[in-house]
Ligand binder design. Structure first.
Ligand code: 1HE
Length: 270
């Protein structure tokens, strides 16, 4: 945990499979089951859900990372044995509810990835809004080898990042993308040196937390829905969202600040 972060107390501090810490508006959630490579057991999924529906007041952005040598080994395979059809559907729906709370919750979420980002671990990463990988990260969907299918929203989210053909390849052939391939195909937006993913993700989260909350809300909630709509419906939704965002007092203040020379300019980044 970085020096400026303090461990959460109360409900979020009581979760045994996550380490939750805060630094002002940024919440850091670390998967905390390294002995099992952060495999996603039912209690771990439920605890993730609990965090995202109980964000501390004042939280404006979040980071998810994994403790130990890997981000996440996916579904806890020991729980899968002898599950009947009905409980299988309910189990998948439980994951959907938890990962929907990540993607369509209150605040943008940055994933900090390293080591294995596989199966359900990739599904979790895909529910986040931005993904930062370090050079050790690799991506796979071993469901095909295990005789199962994705069930945590992967079939809906991953093709939207990399396309159906690439996901088919990962699932059918067991292909694994390394960090640079993941960047090239759009699984991550940043690749950093080994051990630097959390620091980069926290820096991005701090930057995101400075945006107007309504702008972040529009990006999180309107953008993916508009992408799913027809052009005509999407343009109409965009107009409504734009009018809502620009009429907030915060937008008015920020626009005035720029016009009066008090706001930063858009400059080339080194
Ligand atoms: C696990 C799991 C797991 C590790 N469920 N226990 N996911 C997979 O098919 C990936 C399976 N895991 C692996 O390929 C490897 O474990 C890793 C490459 C991630 C890490 O390797 P390594 O050598 O560092 O660790 P390990 O020795 O394999 O595992 C350490 C322990 O974690 C060991 O338990 P132990 O009691 O013998 O010490 C492993 O059994 C345990 N472990 N991964 C349960 N996944 C909603 S649908 C989603 C569908 C999926 O996610 S399918 C993909 C499942």
């Amino acid at each position: 945990m970085s020096a400026s972060f303090t461990l959460a107390t109360g409900l979020l501090g009581s979760l045994d499979l996550l380490q939750v810490s805060t630094n002002g508006p940024v919440l850091h959630i670390r998967l905390n089951r390294p002995a099992k490579r952060n495999a996603l057991s039912d209690p771990l999924i439920q605890q993730l859900h609990t965090v995202f529906v109980n964000l501390p007041a004042g939280t404006l952005a979040a980071v998810i990372s994994g403790d130990g040598a890997h981000f996440c080994a996916g579904l806890d395979l020991s729980e899968l044995v002898e599950r009947d059809i009905h409980s299988g559907v309910l189990h998948s729906r439980m994951w959907h509810a938890a990962f929907d709370a990540v993607q369509f919750g209150k605040v943008p979420v940055v994933a900090a990835l390293h080591g294995a980002v596989v199966g359900g671990g990739l599904e979790l990463a895909s529910a986040c809004h931005i993904r930062v990988a370090d050079r050790t990260a690799y991506y796979g969907l071993p469901e095909g080898q295990r005789g199962i299918f994705v069930g945590g929203g992967g079939s809906a989210r991953i093709p939207r990042l990399i396309g159906v053909a690439r996901m088919t390849d990962l699932m059918m052939t067991g292909r694994v993308f390394d960090a640079d391939e993941g960047l090239a195909v759009g699984l991550s937006q940043y690749v950093v040196e080994e051990g630097q993913a959390v620091a980069k993700a926290l820096a991005l989260a701090e930057r995101i937390a400075q945006n107007a909350p309504m702008s972040n809300f529009a990006v999180m909630h309107a953008l993916p829905r508009i992408a799913d709509q027809s052009q005509s419906e999407g343009l109409f939704t965009e107009s409504l969202m734009a009018a809502v965002a620009e009429s907030t007092p915060e937008a008015q203040d920020r626009l005035r600040a720029f016009l009066e020379g008090r706001a930063g300019k858009v400059v080339k980044q080194s």
